[in-house]
Design a binder for this molecule. Structure first.
Ligand SMILES: Nc1ncnc2c1ncn2[C@@H]1O[C@H](COP(=O)(O)OP(=O)(O)OP(=O)(O)O)[C@@H](O)[C@H]1O
Length: 279
């Protein structure tokens, strides 16, 4: 897998990010570092701060293997989005240094779909895609996410869940080696979330990108990920492999993992209302 060079797609942007291979990146951003043929993502000694004491990321190290699905949890304000934005190259004005290596092709999905309202769904999906068969690939991607026949719809004609499906199609049509997702299902109702979980898992099995998913939802993390990591004090404090045979919440091991992760987050399970368990 090619690393060092980085292209940024998704989120309505198609401009390739500049390539930096220097070991240390300053506040002007850029990523790079020592290559590791085995890793899709390699982060070393990453620091980021926003003019406040303590910093947000304080020497963070992280590796993600090709095709590996990593869920990132942590209390509110612990720096999850800051890390994701650093990997996406979206933090050029942030003070910091450290080494980041990401694949050439990176897609980003956010909580809101960021579809351009003045473009039809298919146009949104293939925006900036410079291949002759863009429309064909976009149509295929829409079919993959369950939106066959909606190519000519306007974004406002889609439900929230459908808009997120279109956003996933826009990311996957670029066949990214790394998919960065910042609470992509956070605004969806419970049933739609479950459907999106099934969809995302299936898409990842087919396309095999490395994934970093930011989520507040511990159950979502366990259902989707190969590994769950937790940020605390600006570093990865907890790193758990999800070694479940099935992802059924009825599996006692699922409950064990949930309890462990909630305890790591400092959440008392017994005081939580309802079924959905979020940090
Ligand atoms: N552009 C910015 N300017 C100033 N401070 C910022 C900026 N972005 C993030 N921060 C601060 O950095 C810290 C980490 O923010 P970040 O959004 O990464 O946390 P998070 O873990 O994603 O939080 P949440 O779970 O609430 O979304 C917070 O204290 C936040 O206020």
């Amino acid at each position: 897998m090619a690393t060092h060079a980085r292209g940024l797609t998704g989120a309505g942007t198609t401009t390739p990010a500049p390539t930096t291979t220097a070991g240390d990146t300053g506040g002007t951003g850029g990523t790079g570092g020592t290559g590791d043929a085995q890793a899709a993502v390699r982060v070393r000694n990453l620091h980021r701060s926003f003019n406040k004491a303590g910093g947000v990321l304080n020497g963070l190290d992280l590796d993600i293997a090709p095709g590996e699905f990593v869920a990132l949890i942590g209390r509110s304000g612990s720096g999850k989005s800051t890390l994701l934005r650093a990997l996406a190259g979206l933090d050029r004005d942030v003070a910091g240094h450290g080494q980041i290596t990401v694949p050439e092709s990176v897609s980003v999905v956010f909580q809101d779909s960021r579809l351009l309202p003045w473009r039809r769904v298919l146009d949104n999906v293939v925006l900036g895609l410079k291949v002759k068969v863009a429309a064909e690939r976009g149509t295929q991607a829409l079919a993959e996410v369950g939106l066959a026949g909606r190519e000519k719809a306007w974004p406002y004609e889609l439900s929230g869940g459908e808009q997120q499906r279109a956003s996933l199609a826009r990311s996957l049509v670029r066949e990214p080696q790394l998919l960065l997702a910042d609470e992509p299902f956070g605004a969806l109702d419970a049933l739609t979330r479950i459907k999106m979980h099934v969809l995302l898992r299936r898409l990842c099995e087919v396309h095999r990108p490395a994934v970093l998913l930011v989520t507040h939802d511990v159950d979502e993390a366990i259902v989707l990920a190969d590994r769950v990591i937790m940020l605390d004090d600006g570093v990865v404090r907890t790193d758990v492999r999800i070694d479940l045979e099935s992802r059924s919440q009825a599996d006692p091991r699922f409950a064990e993992l949930r309890s462990f992760l909630l305890a790591e987050l400092g959440v008392n399970e017994e005081t939580l209302p309802g079924q959905r368990i979020a940090s």
